[in-house]
Ligand binder design. Structure first.
Ligand code: IDP
Ligand code: MG
Length: 139
């Protein structure tokens, strides 16, 4: 039976607001297994790789600056369909419309900033997960 891995980030807003434990708790209560974790200060080069798909968008520079504004916690979580499952736990990108019960719906709101501050990142496909895990944890 092949299990699946995803890359989760607690973004700097989540760390500042002391929501690391809350996010970890939701991952674990859902039944996924955390197999790697590190707190780190991400630099521009790492973030430009991580968010390469968003290069050229109006929120790209604000996104990189926001993600450099404090430490992040990078987490590898495992389990069957964890990629889809964590995206479901996280909720919609825009926290104003993210469903109550989700991380973003319960814990974030519009702050009027150029970039949406929404507590967490989760990989969106097996290819993204493999690429992003390598960026944050190496081979
Ligand atoms: P996701 O995090 O839900 O996968 P993406 O579209 O991959 O959303 O965008 C990456 C991050 O960039 C989002 O989590 C959010 O912080 C920010 N972002 C996305 N779209 C916008 C936008 O239209 N305006 C401002 N910030 C955005
Ligand atoms: Mg994304």
């Amino acid at each position: 039976m092949s299990t699946e891995k995803t890359l989760i980030l607690v973004k700097p807003d989540g760390v500042r607001r002391q929501l690391v434990g809350e996010v970890i708790s939701r991952i674990e209560k859902k039944g996924y297994v955390i197999t790697a974790m590190r707190m780190m200060q991400a630099d521009r080069a790492l973030l430009e790789r991580h968010y390469a798909e968003h290069q050229g968008k109006p929120f790209f520079e604000p996104l990189v600056e926001f993600m450099m504004s404090g430490p992040v916690v990078a987490i590898v979580a495992e389990g069957n369909r964890v990629i889809e499952g964590f995206r479901s736990l996280a909720g919609a990108t825009d926290p104003t419309v993210a469903a109550p019960g989700t991380i973003r719906g319960d814990l974030a709101r519009d702050q009027g900033t150029k970039v949406v501050q929404n507590i967490v990142h989760g990989s969106d496909s097996p290819e993204s997960a493999a690429r992003e895990i390598e960026i944050f944890f190496g081979k």
